[in-house]
Design a binder for this molecule. Structure first.
Ligand code: BGC
Length: 253
């Protein structure tokens, strides 16, 4: 029989910050403070590893051998990172899981950041018991996505990189939350960009539910009501902690 641990640590590596917490994986709740360090400039493997060590020290779990899940903003195949949208190109084709395991001296479970956020929302949040297709998107430095069909994750969907033909840019370069911040867009101006994005996803996939995660989901009342979609669209219950919770939950399986 497979044993499921009751506690696990989740680390969520993002383009801007690296966050970690201890999670009760039976309930999907954070049972520690949330530790956070900035993602090092350039996000090269060695520097990111040092930052992960630092965040585990802050949590005081560096020596604790409970399961550890690490979420990363790239396509991940058999423990290798296969893309690098907001991190150093050194990650492309890099044996990242092994690199972290060797560096931290322990086993880890390694997965895409948006995929683990999707797992958190399916198990413990906004997409619990949702039938059909749920698409979770994280609006942050980039746009991440998790596609979940009847509770089963289809990994590495990368819907932040669908192309916007009109501008020859991908969706995240047009509609990520970092773009709103960089250009100083109002909620209404940003919502117009999100309208294009979610309408396009709706046309491509006919989902049953959209879940919106990422730090900005705490202000979802400012932009979700401005969207006009056929598909219900709701904020992630675990907001910006979904990555930590999902990474920990997968590690504990
Ligand atoms: C990456 C994804 C990631 C997303 C959110 C994108 O740029 O390609 O893998 O999930 O950012 O961090």
């Amino acid at each position: 029989m497979t044993e499921i641990a009751a506690r696990a640590v989740g680390v969520d590596i993002g383009g801007t910050g690296i966050k970690a917490g201890v999670v009760d994986v039976t309930t999907g709740t954070l049972i520690s403070t949330r530790a956070k360090v900035a993602t090092p400039e350039g996000a090269k493997p060695r520097d990111v590893l040092a930052a992960v060590e630092q965040v585990l020290d802050l949590l005081d779990v560096a020596e604790d051998k409970i399961p550890l899940g690490v979420a990363f903003p790239a396509i991940i195949k058999s423990g290798r990172t296969m893309s690098a949208a907001n991190v150093s190109d050194e990650w492309i084709g890099f044996e990242a899981e092994k690199f972290f395991e060797d560096g931290l001296g322990r086993d880890i479970h390694f997965a895409n950041d948006a995929d683990v956020a999707g797992i958190a929302e399916v198990r413990f949040g906004a997409a619990k018991d949702q039938a059909g297709l749920t698409i979770l998107t994280t609006l942050g430095t980039g746009i991440g996505s998790a596609m979940i069909y009847n509770g089963v994750l289809v990994p590495n969907s990368e819907l932040g990189h669908v192309q916007r033909a009109k501008h020859g840019k991908d969706a995240e370069a047009y509609a990520a939350n970092s773009v709103m911040e960089r250009l100083g867009l109002s909620w209404a101006q940003w919502a117009k960009r999100l309208q294009w994005y979610y309408s396009h996803l709706e046309f491509l996939f006919s989902p049953d539910l959209f879940v919106v995660g990422g730090g900005v989901s705490k202000s979802s009342d400012k932009f979700l009501p401005l969207l006009d979609l056929k598909t219900p669209i709701v904020p992630a219950v675990h907001r910006n902690n979904a990555g930590i919770i999902g990474a920990a939950a997968l590690a504990a399986d």
